[in-house]
Design a protein around this ligand. Structure first.
Ligand code: ZN
Length: 319
C-alpha cells in the first residue's frame, strides 16, 4: 500500500470538501466507515477514490475512514436571510468581512450541548464502555494495561478528555447564523435586530454564501436540526453544534461554522465578497422614511450596486 504523504494544500482540501461524498473516478458513493483515498493522479489532478480505484493515485495524501457530515447542506438556491441593525450592516460593508461569533458567547446555553444535565451519566457510561472496548481491542496492548484498575483509569482519563474538549469546542467554534426562508419574516425582523426601526435584511442563497466565503474548505455550512434533548443526545464532538432545542424551530437556521484554533474564545472576521453575497437589501417595515435614504446612501458610499427594497410587509391590504 502506498505511503501517505500528509501534504495537504488548500486547493486539495477545497476539492475534497466539494467532492467528498463519492469516488471521483467511478462515482461509487461512500458509506459509513468505508476507506477513502485522497490524493493526486499522475497528471497531478486531485482525486477522492474508493478502494477499487485507489491504485490510480500517484500520491496518496491521506487514507481515512469516510464519515457522513454531521449536518445537512441546504439546496444551492435556498434563500437565506440575515437581519441586522444598521451598525452591523455598515460594519459588514466597510470591513468586507463576515463576523463569526464564538459559540460560548451566544445566549443559548445549549450551544454545543450533548444533552440535558440529568442525562449526563447515561452519556458518560456509554463512552466509558466504548473506551474500555477500544482499549481492550487495541492492537499490541498488554494484558496488564487492558484489564483491572489500569483499564478503568485509562478509560476514565479518555472520558475526562472528551468532556474537556466539549467545553473547549464552545470557545473555538465560531458561528454565523442565517434564517432559511422563501420570504422575509416578521418574527425575524424583531428577533435579530436590536432596534427594529433601524434594521436591514440582506437576502442571499446558500450557493452565494458558499461562494462569497471563497468556497473555503474550512467553513461548513448546514442546517440546524431541532431536537428534544430529553429524548436524544445531539452528536459527539463539534457535531453537537448542528443541534438546537425544539423551541428554536421557528428560526429555521442555517449556520456557517469555522474553527478558531489560534485565538480561542475570540470571534473570527472572514473576508466575504459582498457583490456575490448580497442579492437584495431590505429596509425594515418599521423604519421611518428617512432611514431608507440613509441605507441607500450607505450602499452608494461603499459602491455596492445592489437594490435597496422596501420590506414586502409594508404593502397595504384592501378589504
Ligand atoms: Zn471508485
Amino acid at each position: 500500500m502506498q505511503e501517505m504523504t500528509h501534504k495537504h494544500t488548500k486547493d486539495l482540501d477545497k476539492f475534497y470538501h466539494k467532492n467528498r461524498n463519492a469516488c471521483t473516478n467511478c462515482g461509487h458513493p461512500f458509506s459509513e466507515s468505508e476507506t477513502a483515498h485522497l490524493g493526486h493522479l499522475k497528471d497531478r489532478s486531485p482525486a477522492v477514490l474508493c478502494d477499487r480505484c485507489a491504485t490510480l493515485l500517484d500520491e496518496t495524501v491521506v487514507r481515512y475512514y469516510w464519515m457522513k457530515d454531521p449536518f445537512e447542506s441546504p439546496n444551492p438556491e435556498d434563500k437565506l436571510w440575515r437581519y441586522m441593525d444598521i451598525a452591523k450592516f455598515i460594519s459588514l460593508l466597510s470591513t468586507e468581512s463576515l463576523y463569526f461569533s464564538p459559540a460560548e458567547s451566544f445566549d443559548d446555553p445549549f450551544e454545543g450541548a450533548k444533552g440535558v444535565l440529568e442525562k449526563e451519566r447515561k452519556w458518560n457510561d456509554y463512552y466509558l464502555e466504548f473506551f474500555r472496548y477500544a482499549i481492550k481491542t487495541a492492537p499490541g496492548i498488554s494484558k496488564e494495561d487492558s484489564s483491572g484498575e489500569k483499564l478503568e483509569k485509562t478509560a476514565q482519563k479518555l472520558l475526562n478528555e472528551l468532556t474537556e474538549s466539549g467545553l473547549h469546542d464552545r470557545k473555538n467554534t465560531c458561528i454565523s447564523c442565517w434564517h432559511c426562508n422563501e420570504f422575509e419574516s416578521e418574527a425575524m425582523w424583531k428577533l435579530y435586530s436590536v432596534n427594529v426601526t433601524n434594521a436591514v435584511a440582506i437576502e442571499t442563497t446558500y450557493q452565494r454564501l458558499y461562494q462569497a466565503l471563497g468556497e473555503d474548505p474550512y467553513i461548513d455550512i448546514g442546517k440546524v436540526k431541532y431536537i428534544d434533548y430529553r429524548k436524544q443526545f445531539s452528536n459527539i464532538g463539534c457535531g453537537a453544534f448542528w443541534y438546537k432545542r425544539k423551541s428554536f424551530e421557528h428560526e429555521r437556521e442555517v449556520r456557517a461554522l469555522i474553527r478558531n484554533h489560534e485565538n480561542t474564545g475570540k470571534g473570527v472576521s472572514h473576508p466575504v465578497n459582498l457583490d456575490v453575497l448580497i442579492k437584495n437589501i431590505y429596509v425594515s417595515p418599521y423604519a421611518p422614511e428617512w432611514f431608507t435614504q440613509v441605507v441607500k446612501d450607505v450602499v452608494k458610499k461603499y459602491e455596492l450596486n445592489k437594490p435597496v427594497l422596501y420590506s414586502a410587509m409594508i404593502e397595504k391590504p384592501f378589504y
